[in-house]
Design a binder for this molecule. Structure first.
Ligand code: RIB
Length: 312
């Protein structure tokens, strides 16, 4: 049961502040730390800790810190398709954290330096992508490379973060497309204020040709919708109430856990409940990789996840 994660690697420079600064404002930090992140590496670690066999497809700088590979290998992640880009440096994310909230600016660097499609076809990544039960990608790497993987995957999951306009052909391969409320509004053109409105928007997207949509709502949980013949069915999965310490990468914990659940054969609502438990555990500790829960921890926390409303 293999999950291929295609995506970014960043060095996260994290500043903790009492509150997020307004535009033009200078704020003194309480403390600063550096850790490994990027939506791709976060989701690879989250999927591996949730019990998946994970192969990572990524691009890093030509002079990488050896601890980068060592750290990912310790989670059992396959790194044969992590390439080093001559003349580029590994991506950097500048993150400001205040309590449960954050702001992130990413310098993608090597994350945006990939070979042509023909060269990728001849690479080890092509075989890994074609063989995996599930391939999951995000948008901190070029859309062209994401579309390359989607065309070759048996089952393709896209976490459309950060938000971008996407070709219809790519959207129609997403099973599911995973978005937060802001990202969902870039596809629908309107913003939702309640889970019911989010559900209706996700359903519209599904009926327009996306096989399945999962919309995450932070502390309010998630909604899911999938095509069922000529209609679409779905539900609302509330999240357990937990004290949030750091929400950075909580969405990645959700996506990684969901990818592992779907790869092992769970249906979408079961996978969404598992992913909701994983994200609720992740927000209770600072950071990303070290904050992500193991399969045993997620399974134990499933008791705290409220029952889903289905149909909505
Ligand atoms: O989703 C969180 C991640 O977004 C951080 O680890 C940072 O690297 C940015 O990519």
């Amino acid at each position: 049961m293999t999950v291929v994660v295609l995506g970014s690697v960043n060095r996260d420079v994290v500043c903790e502040v009492p509150r997020l600064p307004a535009p033009g404002e200078t704020t003194l930090a309480i403390g600063t730390r550096t850790n490994l992140g990027g939506k791709g590496s976060n989701q690879a670690v989250a999927a591996a800790k949730a019990g998946g066999h994970v192969e990572f497809v990524a691009r890093i700088g030509a002079d990488p810190d050896p601890s980068l590979r060592k750290s990912l290998r310790e989670y059992g992640i396959g790194l044969d398709a992590v390439g080093e880009v001559p003349g580029a440096h590994t991506g950097t994310a500048y993150i400001t954290v205040a309590g449960g909230e954050n702001q992130i600016v990413v310098d993608p660097a090597a994350n945006f330096r990939w070979e042509t499609d023909a060269e990728l076809d001849a690479s080890v990544a092509a075989r890994l992508v074609a063989d995996a039960e599930v391939v999951v990608a995000q948008l901190e790497v070029p859309v062209r490379v994401v579309a390359w993987a989607a065309r070759r995957a048996r089952r393709f999951i896209l976490n459309a973060a950060p938000a971008a306009t996407l070709p219809t052909d790519l959207l129609h391969r997403c099973d599911p497309l995973i978005v937060n409320e802001t990202e969902l509004s870039t596809f629908t053109g309107t913003s939702a204020t309640t889970p019911r409105e989010t559900f209706d928007q996700a359903r519209e997207l599904c009926l327009s040709g996306v096989p399945a949509v999962v919309a995450t709502l932070g502390a309010a949980g998630a909604v899911w919708v999938r095509r069922d013949g000529r209609t679409a069915v779905g539900g609302y999965q509330p999240a357990p109430r937990v004290p949030a310490t750091d929400s950075t990468g909580a969405g990645d914990a959700f996506v990684g856990a969901l990818a592992t659940a779907l790869a092992r054969g769970d249906d979408l609502p079961t996978g969404v409940a598992f992913a909701t438990a994983a994200a609720a555990l992740a927000v209770q500790s600072p950071g990303t990789h070290t904050a992500y829960p193991t399969r045993e921890q997620i399974t134990a926390a499933l008791d705290t996840v409220p029952p889903a409303t289905r149909p909505f």
